[in-house]
Design a protein around this ligand. Structure first.
Ligand SMILES: Nc1ncnc2[nH]cnc12
Ligand SMILES: [Zn+2]
Length: 354
């Protein structure tokens, strides 16, 4: 498969193949939709459980892996929240973050905007300072250590109350937590963006950037609410916009970024198979889409795996791949200077430019 293999010549003979094989080029990308708790690999879950003396309800790795069959978003969230029990200390949060960055660097990620779910830890008795400082301690040196610039997004659980979210945002602001943005995640249907109008107003006043999950399982109208009521700059997922042609036109005209997560959508049954995924149609419509991994430890892959599987099913051109990479960089909350560096790196290679 020629995923990311922009410079690979088509060989005419077996001899040529050996001589002409050009190593596949991994495109530099920004990962904009990534839940750090969704990067907890089964091996790390067991290692942290042992370190913290926590008894897991699985006899071993295989039994845990057998649970990674999801019927919808909620069936995944149940396991995702349960497995967080192993995260107890700053060191645990730091180890999880370090493992993600190491793997992401190999996937071509050069900038990552990392969501974390503080309420999912507070509800287990883990203080804000433990989860925030543990993750942030690794992000502080991510560029030097891994070549990945990073920023942190505090995501709020939409199945909890707005009061709870406001209280946690207050706590984050009071401790001067190094967050650049807020997001909205967890069980979507029945928890529309409009429920969080005051939260987003407060975050905007505090100078934070704004994003929200919308249109993953929920209807296109949730995307409209996120734009009009919350004032978000970016939509996480957003695939259900394809049900509403007027909304598609609006998103195209305004260049609203949609952080799409193809393997996640397949594993959570938002689409039947990867071949049914709307990404090619979204690209063809002119939408500002990027490819992201969401919860890579649970959904069978990191950003490079998402691109590889898309490439296996859809024959994305080098131009499409470069466009997806450029969209991710343009849509990030990175400084203009960092975006320019990343675009230079992208354009320096031999894949067609966006
Ligand atoms: N795909 C997803 N949708 C909503 N909330 C999430 N939390 C972690 N992954 C999520
Ligand atoms: Zn997500």
């Amino acid at each position: 498969m020629d995923n990311f293999a922009g410079g690979t010549a088509v060989p005419e003979t077996e001899l040529d193949a050996a001589e002409l094989e050009v190593p596949a080029r991994i495109l530099p990308v920004a990962e904009l939709h990534l839940h750090i708790e969704g990067t907890l690999q089964p091996e790390l879950i067991f290692a942290l459980a042992e370190r913290n003396g926590i008894a897991l309800p699985y006899a071993g790795l295989d039994e845990l892996r057998e649970r990674y069959e999801f019927t919808d978003l909620q069936s995944f969230l149940d396991l995702y929240y349960a497995n967080m029990a192993v995260l107890q200390t700053e060191q645990d949060f730091a180890d999880m973050t370090r493992a993600y960055l190491e793997r992401a660097a190999a996937a071509g990620v050069r900038h990552a905007e990392i969501m974390m779910d503080p309420q999912a830890h507070l509800s287990r008795g883990i203080p804000l300072s433990t989860c925030v400082n543990g993750v942030a301690s690794v992000l502080a040196t991510s560029q030097e250590e891994f070549g990945i610039s990073t920023l942190l997004i505090a995501a709020f659980l939409r199945d909890l109350s707005e009061e709870s979210a406001l209280e946690v945002l207050d706590g984050l602001l009071a401790m001067n937590a190094p967050i650049a943005a807020i997001g909205l995640d967890s069980a979507e249907v029945g928890n529309p963006p409009s429920k969080f109008e005051r939260l987003y107003a407060k975050a905007r006043e505090a100078g934070l950037r704004l994003t929200a999950h919308a249109g993953e399982e929920g209807p296109a109208s949730y995307i409209i609410e996120a734009l009009d009521i919350l004032g978000v700059e970016r939509i996480d997922h957003g695939i259900r916009c394809m049900d509403d042609p007027d909304l598609v036109e609006r998103l195209v005209d305004a260049r609203i970024p949609l952080t799409v997560c193809p393997l996640s959508n397949v594993r959570l049954r938002a689409v039947d198979t990867l071949a049914d995924h709307p990404l090619p149609a979204m690209l063809a419509a002119g939408l500002n889409v990027s490819v992201n991994s969401d919860d890579p430890a649970y959904f069978g892959g990191y950003v490079d795996d998402n691109f590889a599987q898309l490439g296996a099913v859809f024959e994305l051109s080098d131009f499409d791949k470069a466009r997806l990479a450029a969209n991710s960089i343009h849509s990030s909350f990175a400084s203009e200077e960092r975006k320019a560096e990343l675009l230079d790196e992208l354009n320096g290679g031999d894949v067609a430019h966006a």
